[in-house]
Design a protein around this ligand. Structure first.
Ligand code: ZN
Length: 297
């Protein structure tokens, strides 16, 4: 197929639709990942079933979004309500895939950033549910980014070595900055006598500098966020990872304030993960001309 055929409006619409459908299907898979990965059941062979009555979900009941609408949000067998989360994750993934396609078009970055967006959606919701970000996503994604970003640049005829340098720098800067923020925040908190519910854990002492825990263990923001930021840096490079940090801090602050006004409690139970994921997706999708740091390059 030559590129002229791909440029026709008709073909562009077909490809857009294809990207949305791909996103819906991947979103359906993400629902499984979000549920199973933190429970250690990722590779359990059991098929999806209704948590209420155990009814096995048939293929026809598993079509993204459409099945939920057709069943009016209820189990086909026992009519127990199905969470809105499932079709929402599917629709969100379809929307993100559509936007990635609009932003990057027929390039190698499109499939790469679709995978990146999917990983961020899974990380955000697992962090929201369990306040953890699995290493399978953050550390796994970091290595995937480190290998595939240079590969994508090489396949597009750009020097892969520059891309690799950008990925490594981005990961070091992203992970390093977040580690510094977490570490300094923890030490300052200890210095002014502030305590945290889960840190260092009930009846436990603050770790000493001679133990690894002293360096890798801090409250408010876990090591999972540091690893997630290293992954984001590997995919986006050093300048964009700085932008993600700025956007994520803003989003986190807004969430925190909204939560505070809503509940009148100023200790937010939410992890930083969802804000980071929102920031990373926004920076990935924003037009290149909007880059905060473009004056530097
Ligand atoms: Zn049921």
């Amino acid at each position: 197929m030559n590129s002229e055929i791909l440029q026709t409006p008709m073909m562009q619409n077909v490809l857009s639709l294809y990207c949305v459908i791909l996103g819906l299907v991947v979103g359906s898979f993400l629902n499984v990942v979000i549920y199973r990965l933190p429970r250690g059941e990722m590779f359990a062979s059991s098929r999806s079933h209704c948590p209420h009555c155990g009814h096995l979900i048939r293929a026809i009941e598993n079509i993204p979004v459409l099945s939920f609408l057709a069943l009016r949000g209820r189990c086909a067998h026992c009519r127990a309500p199905i969470s809105w989360r499932y079709p929402s994750v599917e629709a969100l993934t379809g929307f993100v895939f559509f936007l990635v396609w609009q932003r990057y078009g027929m390039t190698w970055l499109t499939p790469l950033y679709m995978g990146f967006g999917a990983a961020l959606i899974a990380a955000a919701l697992i962090d929201f549910d369990h306040q953890i970000i699995p290493d399978e996503i953050s550390v796994g994604g970091f290595f995937v980014g480190l290998v595939l970003m240079p590969t994508a640049f090489f396949l597009s005829g750009h020097p892969w070595r520059t891309a690799l340098e950008q990925s490594v720098l981005g990961a070091l800067l992203g992970g390093g900055l977040l580690w510094t923020v977490g570490f300094v925040h923890a030490r300052l908190s200890v210095a002014i006598g502030r305590t945290f519910e889960h840190w260092p854990g009930e009846g436990e002492k603050i770790p000493k500098p001679s133990s690894a825990d002293y360096w890798l263990w801090f409250p408010g923001m876990g090591l999972g966020d540091v690893k997630l930021f290293a992954m984001i840096g590997a995919f986006l490079g050093p300048l964009d990872v700085l932008e993600v940090l700025i956007v994520a801090a803003g989003v986190g602050l807004c969430f925190g304030l909204l939560w505070g006004f809503w509940t009148r409690r100023w200790v937010t139970p939410l992890g930083f993960g969802p804000a980071i994921a929102i920031g990373a997706i926004c920076v990935t999708l924003r037009p290149a001309a909007w880059s905060l740091f473009r004056f530097l390059s």
